[in-house]
Each structure stands twice: as C-alpha cells, then as structure tokens.
Design a protein around this ligand. Structure first.
Ligand SMILES: [Ca+2]
Ligand SMILES: [Ca+2]
Length: 336
C-alpha cells in the first residue's frame, strides 16, 4: 500500500532560471529563443537511421555548427536569463542519437538483463510528482519506473529514473553495443533538437506549431489536472506521457525533443554556464555543481518550457514523473 508524503524536495530543486508556472515538477526553468546555423548535410534529406540488437532506433546527427542559447531580444527573454549569452558552437563529430526517448520496454530489457534497481527503489521512497486533485507536490513510494501514477505501455517513455539510473542504462548499452553509449551533452542535445532551425521550436516560432511536434501540457492535461497553469490552447489527446514517436520528427529524424518527457543530459547544470562555454564540443561546467541538465520540457510543462533553448536542472538522484532520457552512441571515423 502506498502512502503519500508531502515534500518540499521539488521546490528545493528549483533553481535560477524559471518562471514557467507549470515548470516546477522536477527542477525548473525556462524560456527564450535563438538563432542557429544549419549543418549542411542532412537537413532536408532523409535521415540515416539504424536499429540496434535490442531494437532501439538511432538517427545519425551530422557534425556542424550552430548558435546555442537564446538572445536578449527573445520575446521570452524575461524567462530565459540562464539561456545566454548565445554561443557559436561547433559539434565536430557526427553521433547517433536515440530517435526517441528510452521506453518502458527498453528499460525493462535492461532491468531484466542486469537485475538493476533504480534509485527510487533503493531509497525506498519512490518518485516525485503532483497530486492531480490538489496540485500539491508529493512523493509516493509506489511510484517507480514500472508503476508511475498514470497508465503506460511499453512504448511510452520511462519516467521516475534518476540521472544515475540513466547513466547505468547507458553503461549497460555500451556493453551490448560494443561502443560508447552515453547521455548527450547539453550542446549535442540542443543541436539535435534544432536540427538546423533557429526558431523557438524546431517547428518554427509559432507556439501553435508545437502541437504537431510535441506532447506538452494542454487541454488534455487540464482535464486530468484542473489546477494546471499555462496549458496550451489545444488538445493533443495525451494528458500524461504519449507513446514515443506519436508526433512528427524533426529534420534529423528525432521524435519528442520537445515535450513528452524532459531528458537528462550529461552536463552539470549552471545557470551561468554559457558565459564560459567552450566553442568546440562543449561539455558544460568543468567543476561539479549541485544539478544535472534536463532538456526539452514534458507533458506537464507549458509550450514555453518546451522550447529548443529551455534549460532545466535536477539533482542526480532526483526522479520525477516528468523526466526520462535518450541515448547518444558515439561514432569514430566510420558512421557504421
Ligand atoms: Ca499533452
Ligand atoms: Ca522529450
């Protein structure tokens, strides 16, 4: 039997750059816009994809340059002070990226193969979320990756996984793949999300265009969660997580970079990270901070929070019903 424990942990995770009223589930922050430089190859052409031995699909993201972050002139600038200054960033090597977030089914394969227990299970106190009736931030011990507070099939993105759980998955997959698998750097993530775009979303600057590309907080969420704020003025039919790849992919063939679940990245989070960002293949702050980067927003967030430049943060051991991850597979000289 589960019991509920009101907690202030989620609020304690709020840092720096937020202002999105519904962006508070795990950590938080938000908004802005920016410009980018398109990588020559692959934009506008058919994405190159592959499926690995455990059925995970990857798309090849080409090397290239882009402008990372949001400009001061961005209309969401008041919400995006941690998203600048804009940096000219070069991704010098192509990489394979999961076409979608890691699913419940894929995570189950990992657990069955290794006997792995997530941080939520080891700690025995479950996962962070909200009481859908009152909007109160709560944690329940029975909320773990295999039993979140909403229905999920194996095609849904896994949630209630901490950063360290995501890293453990990547380490296992590295052995399965025989090559380095890891979380994306924050720069790789934004570059892949933009897929050559320089707009608020890969779909353009209009918030309404996000409807085709991502599962954000919308009328469906509002029906299930009447106290939700800032929801999108449309109904995408998914109050909580949606099966991965339910929406359109971007130009790199990647699904759900905007919304569905927020995605853990490799980097430490620092609201001022861009002031000292390396130009080539940046990996974020050199010194540990308290948080790791989370990107893309989720089913619980407003469209604003799902922008290409939106940055969120979470403690490594924190787990939320809004957060999951996707995997990068490194390539060498060959892209096979
Ligand atoms: Ca939705
Ligand atoms: Ca996502």
């Amino acid at each position: 039997m589960s019991h509920q424990t009101p907690t202030i942990l989620l609020l304690a995770l709020l840092v720096g750059c937020s202002a999105d009223p519904s962006g508070v589930l795990l950590d938080v922050d938000s908004t802005k816009r920016l410009p980018v430089e398109t990588p020559a190859a692959s934009v506008g052409s058919e994405p190159r994809v592959r499926t690995n031995d455990v059925g995970m699909e990857f798309a090849l993201v080409p090397a290239g340059r882009f402008e990372m972050g949001a400009r001061d002139t961005d209309r969401f600038a008041p919400y995006s002070r941690c998203e600048g200054p804009v940096r000219d960033v070069e991704i010098t090597r192509p990489f394979w990226m999961g076409r979608h977030e890691v699913t419940v089914g894929e995570f189950r394969t990992f657990v069955r193969a290794t006997g792995y227990r997530t941080r939520a299970e080891i700690d025995g106190d479950g996962c962070n979320g909200v009481d859908l009736g009152t909007g109160a931030l709560i944690r329940r011990i029975d909320w773990i990756w295999s039993s979140p507070p909403f229905e999920q099939t194996d095609d849904h993105p896994v949630v209630c996984v901490a950063w360290e759980d995501a890293v453990a998955f990547c380490m296992w997959l590295s052995e399965v793949e025989g090559r380095t698998c890891r979380l994306p750097t924050e720069a790789e993530w934004e570059y892949a999300c933009r897929a050559g775009s320089d707009t608020l979303f890969a779909s353009g600057d209009r918030v309404e265009d996000l409807r085709r590309f991502g599962n954000a907080g919308d009328a469906a969420l509002l029906r299930a969660f009447p106290v939700a704020e800032g929801t999108a003025p449309w109904d995408d039919g998914h109050a909580f997580t949606a099966p991965v790849a339910s929406f359109q992919p971007n130009e790199f063939g990647l699904y759900d970079m905007h919304g569905n679940v927020g995605e853990w990245c490799q980097d430490w989070y620092d609201p001022l990270a861009y002031w000292s960002l390396e130009r080539r293949d940046p990996t974020g702050p050199a010194e540990p901070t308290t948080w790791r980067v989370v990107r893309g927003g989720s089913w619980y967030n407003t469209p604003t929070s799902c922008r290409s430049t939106g940055r969120h943060d979470g403690i490594e051991t924190a787990r939320s019903i809004t957060n999951g991850f996707r995997v990068v597979v490194e390539v060498g000289r060959s892209t096979d």
